[in-house]
Design a protein around this ligand. Structure first.
Ligand code: URA
Ligand code: SF4
Length: 229
């Protein structure tokens, strides 16, 4: 089967996953990226924050959420009363997809469903190690990866969602990526999910709407903080 599965070690810890990730050739995105960006955080974190893919800075530094969106995320976590050090941060897709440049900055391009599906075994393995109490889906790509192409942040945010039964890594229960080896398994499914806006979308919002967009992100994260109390 194409995709990342053959590169994912069996019974890994997070360090073994991060190391093996660099060798992944599960899709073509590794070609134009500097390096793969593994998730970051404690193996026993209570919360997983799921983004889309590394950005320009993350690609260069090899760590998730270290650029402008990551800074905004840390600010929003703090405003919601969540300790940024207590969360595990990762992305649906582990290599930076970009197309074109603006000045020195490379412009990100959203991953295609095929990339999301190819990369899913890494996320399945991470969730299997961390086994968080909750997962926060940051933006549409993360939402679609879990719930499928019809997912809309605006319709799903601000309330507790259930992890889809039989999730196989591509938002389609028992779809082509179903039954990924080492999967979180039904017993290990995260008990709840909260979807919210991506911090990069807050940064992209019109200046007049940015405060509201940030307040919306913080409000959703407060719901998460309440769950963890
Ligand atoms: N945006 C993401 O979705 N993930 C990162 O790691 C950085 C920016
Ligand atoms: Fe492997 Fe994911 Fe990178 Fe594709 S994006 S090469 S599946 S780690």
């Amino acid at each position: 089967r194409p995709g990342a599965a053959q590169w994912v070690p069996e019974r890994p810890g997070l360090a073994a996953l991060a190391e093996a990730l660099q060798a992944c050739r599960g899709c073509e995105l590794h070609r134009d990226a500097t390096q793969a960006v593994p998730g970051r955080g404690a193996h026993d974190a209570r919360l997983v924050l799921l983004g889309e893919q590394p950005g320009d800075r993350e690609d260069q530094e090899g760590m998730p959420f270290v650029g402008p969106a990551g800074r905004l995320l840390v600010e929003a976590l703090g405003q919601a009363g969540l300790d940024p050090a207590a969360v595990y941060r990762t992305n649906v897709v582990k290599h930076f997809r970009w197309s074109g440049t603006r000045g020195k900055q490379r412009l990100h391009k959203s991953p295609a469903q095929a990339h999301v599906r190819a990369c899913a075994p890494w996320l399945v393995a991470e969730l299997g190690v961390v086994r968080p109490e909750g997962v926060v889906l940051l933006g549409g790509t993360a939402g679609k990866a879990v719930y499928g192409a019809s997912f809309r942040v605006g319709e799903s945010r601000g309330r507790l969602l259930e992890w889809p039964e039989g999730w196989g890594g591509d938002g389609v229960p028992d779809g082509p990526a179903g039954g990924v080896a080492g999967g979180a398994g039904e017993a290990g499914d995260p008990p709840w999910v909260v979807a919210t806006t991506h911090p990069a979308a807050v940064l992209r919002a019109d200046p007049a709407q940015r405060d509201d967009a940030l307040a919306g992100l913080v409000a959703d994260l407060r719901l998460v903080a309440d769950q963890l109390r």
